[in-house]
Design a protein around this ligand. Structure first.
Ligand code: SAH
Ligand code: MG
Length: 931
């Protein structure tokens, strides 16, 4: 890859950093003008640049500030004789020549007088030494400090990027040819051939004159044997010694010249690196000799340290020390920071697909990678950013996103061709003519994602089935799908449940397993066996697939210590809920409590899987202002350690059998689902009320006595029907959500018992747990069936299945189906968006769905195609209407289809008392005994 020539300012900055001072002066310059008129002037700039030991200024002026600065920098570089390499090396031979030159350059007196290069830190401390070590540097210090050297090594041999040993080998052989420096034959020291000038030595000693107290730094020893436990070590750094000699002592290396240094790990600003010992000088030296001409594999059969190699992405041999020590450009003193077990486990966690998500929310134990993306409720790094950083940390190239436009036409024809295939009945002409063709066909977006190997071979492809109305939503959703795939895969990996197998394709994901396994080999070997040292703590983490996740959502946490009155405001599905919580590890004898995690305000959307199942279950059992505690499933040890902060040392000795994890939770605030907020903000009465009134009109028109509400949820329709005077004698609700049904039961019970004390003809009511795509003969032939805002919550094929089942088997006299009108979304979302800090492009173009749980939202045409097809097939008529708005362009907010059975009087036909009763009665109120 050709690198651009750096600008003069960039070169000055690289050399002098903050020591370069630019002074820009603004001057007014006469530009002439016409005789007799006021002279015209303009602003121009001149720049002075002060460097240590050199000051320059531009002789002329410039129209732009930045041109003046660049000119000043160029003058300074000319004076210093520094020439930014116009043509960076591109061939290994050129790179080799430049490497040799660069190594010499480090030891030139002038360089180190003025430079802020971190290598100067190493040099200065080495000048404080006595004896034959004075002025000597370990070669790997150069490798650790100089980016350019690493780039050159990579050009010479691409494998150098992943192999510090190869870098050392290249450096060693290059240094042997570098003029002005000498390297030893028996170790990896390098030094200037001639002594430094007294001025240089003085300035170095001056720089480090502030004698600092000895510092103690914590570091983590990562043994190369996977079975061996990590160990925290304390290193005592004293002023006069080069820090790498302490590292050498920890690693039992011959001396610090034998210590190898990895690249930095984690944040770019960190100095966290892995240190390990090089053994045999001849082997190291030979390594690159082969590499240079034949690229032959050196026969180094030292033990690869898998854990260490995995966390830094380079090959690390033998025992390694993870430490945060080093010289930087930022300050002239040695930078040190403690690295403890918690730091190690956080680095490990950060490499997992959900790890960054947890850490970007600062919530390792409570937060999970959500199963759905919504621009409005997503917290922390976006799915796209998470996927990019996942790939980066796994040393893979950036993911490739391909967005394509899909015209709405294509989608609609897909819907209609499916339904039109139905046998044509007499009613066809009558109703298909009703279908209006909408002129506006907004484009939708799809996004495909490719993950590639380091060699740019595709290892995973995701091709999206879903379309989105915004390009960014398409990218975020596809990114999330890929992340979820990786997450499920890694969960299986880390939980060691049985054999791991790579499913070649699931839900749009296609994996090229040989390439995949090759790229993740190091990772697999770390997690594959003995990944966790404490197998009891390694138990399964939770849901692996989306299916089991759904089941888990209904799983309940056993609450204790519930405090506070029931305020009646519950966090419901789709609501944004704010809680405070603490998570503590408690020893079984309760002697010790370690507070692992706490938040005063933590917000998430219920139903997206953004927190652990048990926490969500706890929250949905509480009302606003209530607090409770529960004991959670113990997370894997790695996770506990990553959350352990200052307790990491103590916790490394605590066994999983002897403790439990306790959450304490308070619900602070609940914001209703966005859909509801929008519907309330824009319509009066609210849309849900209007839907109820719409249904009541039809009930009364029909003198209906029996009604079944398909997907009754928490019973808002049934509940309201009890408040209206209707002809109904029997009310039935069906839903698959027990939580919803439980709420429905509570409110129905209240209403019905009140009614029974004052009225005589109280309707009977039944709540069934069941899926509306299954036929239950007890609900055959009802007068009216309603299915309000339900179909968009199931996949399109399920919606069609429901349509077929209800019209062919349940056969109600009238069926009312409502669903959002997609074309209305821009109005809803444009005017009623309560979120203030959303992106500015919010108003542009058609928006996303109204609720993250919606699997689709249809245009009028799509809905009408669906309904008409069903009606024709099952001998119903269908009429279209709606609520919310006038019905003019772009139609009602909520579109409604009213189906009427065309053939009458067939009630008794297929009644089968015993068969076909898959529904489970959950609650029943026969009118006689409500109380
Ligand atoms: N009709 C209610 C609820 C709408 S929310 C109202 O207007 O307020 C959608 C409901 O459909 C949820 O309660 C969900 O549990 C339910 N649902 C989704 N798929 C279902 C299925 N296959 N069978 C039964 N109910 C289902
Ligand atoms: Mg809905």
């Amino acid at each position: 890859m050709p690198t651009a020539v750096p600008t003069p300012k960039a070169v000055v900055h690289q050399r002098f950093g903050a020591k370069a001072r630019y002074t820009v002066e603004e001057v007014r310059e006469d530009v002439g003008g016409c005789p007799g008129l006021a002279p015209q002037t303009r602003n121009v700039y001149r720049c002075a640049l002060d460097l240590p030991g050199l000051s320059v200024a531009t002789p002329g002026t410039f129209l732009r500030k930045k041109d003046a600065e660049q000119a000043a920098a160029q003058i300074a570089l000319d004076k210093l004789g520094i020439h930014p390499t116009a043509n960076s090396p591109t061939t290994p031979q050129e790179a080799w020549a430049e490497l040799i030159a660069r190594i010499s350059g480090f030891f030139i007196d002038e360089n180190f007088l003025s430079s802020t290069h971190p290598l100067i830190g190493h040099l200065c401390v080495s000048l404080r030494r006595t004896g034959d070590l004075i002025g000597r540097l370990p070669l790997s210090a150069i490798a650790a400090c100089d980016v350019k050297v690493n780039t050159l090594c990579k050009l010479i041999d691409h494998r150098a990027e992943f192999d510090p040993l190869l870098v050392l080998s290249l450096l060693y052989n290059a240094a042997k040819q570098s003029p002005g420096v000498s390297v030893s034959d028996s170790n990896f020291w390098i030094q200037s051939e001639k002594p430094y000038s007294p001025e240089a030595v003085d300035s170095a000693l001056e720089r480090w004159s502030g004698t600092t107290d000895p510092v103690e730094v914590e570091a983590v020893l990562v043994p190369h044997m996977l079975e061996d436990e990590l160990k925290t070590v304390r290193i005592n750094l004293r002023d006069n010694e080069h820090y790498m000699s302490y590292v050498a002592a920890e690693l039992s290396a011959i001396d610090s010249s034998h210590v190898l240094v990895s690249r930095t790990i984690g944040k770019t600003s960190s100095e966290i690196r892995l240190y390990f010992a090089a053994a045999n000088i001849h082997a190291v030296s030979d390594m690159s000799k082969h590499a240079l001409d034949s690229l032959g594999d050196g026969d180094i059969n030292w033990q690869v340290n898998k854990r260490a190699s995995y966390i830094c992405g380079q090959t690390i041999y033998g025992d390694a020390l993870l430490a945060n020590i080093g010289y930087t450009r930022r300050d002239s003193e040695l930078h040190t920071e403690d690295v403890n077990l918690c730091s190690y486990y956080r680095i490990l966690l950060g490499k997992l697909p959900d790890g960054n998500c947890k850490m970007s929310r600062d919530s390792i134990l409570a937060a999970e990678l959500p199963s759905a993306y919504s621009r409005f409720s997503w917290k922390g790094l976006s799915p796209r950013d998470l996927l990019c950083s996942f790939c980066r940390l796994q040393r893979l190239p950036e993911p490739h996103f391909a967005v394509s436009r899909v015209s709405c036409d294509t989608l609609m024809s897909a819907v209609s061709s499916e339904e039109r295939g139905a046998p044509a009945g007499s009613a066809e002409n009558q109703y298909t003519n009703d279908v209006r063709i909408n002129k506006e066909k907004p484009d939708l977006f799809k996004c495909e994602v490719n993950i590639r190997s380091r060699k740019q071979e595709v290892l995973l492809e995701y091709s999206a089935a879903d379309t989105w109305s915004k390009e960014s939503d398409a990218i975020q959703n596809s990114s999330l799908k890929v992340l979820i795939w990786f997450n499920n895969y890694f969960k299986k990996l880390t939980s060691k449940t049985g054999k791991l197998y790579l499913s070649e394709s699931t839900a749009g994901v296609k994996v090229h397993s040989n390439i995949f396994l090759q790229e993740f080999a190091m990772c697999l070997s770390v997690y594959g066996k003995n990944g966790c040292s404490d197998s009891a703590m390694c138990s399964a983490v939770g849901p692996f697939s989306m299916d089991t996740q759904k089941k888990h959502l209904e799983s309940t946490a056993k609450l204790t210590h519930i405090e506070g009155p029931d305020s009646g405001v519950f966090p419901s599905h789709g609501s944004l809920t704010c809680i405070s919580y603490t998570a503590s590890l408690v020893t079984k004898d309760k002697a010790k409590t370690y507070l692992l995690e706490s938040h005063n305000e933590f917000e998430f959307e219920i139903g997206t899987g953004a927190v652990s199942n048990q926490l969500e279950s706890c929250v949905t059992q509480l009302s606003v202002n209530q607090t409770a505690r529960f004991v959670a499933e113990l997370p894997p040890r790695d996770l506990i350690m990553a959350a352990s902060c200052e307790f990491s040392h103590d916790l490394s000795n605590v066994s999983s059998e002897s403790c439990f994890l306790e959450f304490s939770v308070k619900v602070l605030q609940v914001t209703e689902p966005l859909e509801d907020r929008m519907e309330k903000a824009l319509f009066s009465p609210p849309l849900s009320k209007q839907r109820v009134e719409f249904a009541v009109r039809h009930i009364n028109e029909l003198h209906a006595t029996t009604l079944v509400d398909f997907g009754c949820g928490s019973g808002s329709l049934l509940d309201s029907l009890l408040e209206h005077p209707t002809t109904l004698e029997k009310l039935v609700g069906v839903d698959i959500s027990r939580k919803g049904l439980t709420r429905a039961a509570k409110s129905l019970h209240q209403k019905l018992s009140k009614k029974s004390t004052t009225q005589t003809n109280v309707p009977t009511a039944v709540l069934y747990d069941g899926s509306i795509t299954d036929y239950d003969s007890r609900l055959y032939g009802f007068d009216i069936g309603t299915c309000l805002e339900v179909i968009e919550h199931v996949e399109e094929d399920q919606a069609t299945l429901f349509g077929n089942v209800v019209l062919s088997s349940f056969r109600p006299t009238v069926l009312i189906v409502s669903t959002p009108n997609y074309e209305y979304n821009p109005i809803l979302q444009g005017s009623a968006m309560p979120n203030k800090d959303d992106e500015a492009d919010e108003s542009a173009g058609p928006c996303k769905f109204r609720n993250h749980d919606h699997k689709f939202e249809w245009t009028r045409l799509q809905f009408q195609c669906w309904a008409t097809g069903l009606a024709v097939k099952h001998s119903y008529s269908v009429e279209f209407s709606g609520v919310g708005g006038s019905g003019e362009e772009p139609g009602y907010a909520s579109q409604i289809a009213v189906f009427r059975r065309l053939v009458q009087g067939q009630e008794a036909m297929c009644l089968d008392e015993d068969g076909d009763q898959p529904y489970e009665v959950l609650w029943e109120w026969p009118n006689a005994c409500v109380n």
